[in-house]
Design a protein around this ligand. Structure first.
Ligand SMILES: [Fe+2]
Ligand SMILES: [Fe+2]
Length: 211
């Protein structure tokens, strides 16, 4: 088990990101995550095409979003500090949610991704954020539709339906699903709260002012 960032070492790159990410995750005993990220990459490309985002950037963000799965939950806070990633109190309480920021760091450091749009989308794929970009939302929705647990996500039908209206509707559908269960969540991440408020206001606004 890997307990620190240092222990990761270099990963040899072929230049074909899909293969590089899969071999990295397999090397570190995360074959399920490898399967998940490849599917999310494909789903993100599909949604990007639907909504005019950059399909390749979306696909890459999908491949990279969960690469920090190589670090088990209990070392994530320590790893975040080691690489200089800011740790919020909510993340300290519930370290699962810091994996988005660690993945973004690794995408740049190990996989040599330099496009800020891709790194930012990876960095907020669990919580979304205030002023989320098109690519942020594409990855957020793709990840929720291709979830990494067994069975079918309980909200899949609703998101799929909302996606026919707009990407914001689909993203909001999932955030609302979480929001309605916020008492059961260990913590509510401040970025999720911001995204909820913003999307709710903008969707309400559009409802009142049909174009
Ligand atoms: Fe994730
Ligand atoms: Fe994921």
């Amino acid at each position: 088990m890997i307990c620190s960032y240092r222990e990761l070492g270099e990963h040899e790159l072929t230049g074909i990101l899909r293969n590089d990410v899969a071999s990295f995750l397999q090397k570190h005993q995360c074959p399920k995550t490898a399967e998940h990220v490849l599917k999310v990459g494909e789903e993100a490309r599909r949604i990007a095409v639907l909504y005019g985002a950059d399909p390749t950037a979306a696909e890459y963000a999908g491949y990279l979003h969960d690469i920090s799965a190589v670090f088990p939950n209990h070392v994530r806070i320590q790893v975040a500090r080691e690489i200089g990633v800011e740790v919020l109190p909510e993340e300290e309480q519930f370290p699962m949610i810091i994996h988005q920021k660690i993945s973004a760091y690794m995408a740049e450091d190990l996989f040599k991704i330099t496009e800020p749009e891709i790194l930012n989308a990876v960095g907020c794929h669990t919580t979304l954020r205030s002023k989320a970009t098109l690519l942020d939302k594409v990855l957020f929705v793709a990840d929720k539709m291709e979830w990494d647990q067994t069975g079918i996500p309980p909200y899949l039908e609703e998101i799929t339906e909302q996606l026919q209206t707009s990407l914001d509707h689909a993203a909001f559908e999932y955030i609302q699903y979480l929001w309605n269960r916020r008492e059961l969540l260990k913590v509510v991440h401040p970025w999720l709260r911001d995204a909820y408020d913003e999307l709710r206001d903008s969707l309400n606004h559009n409802l009142g002012n049909p174009k």
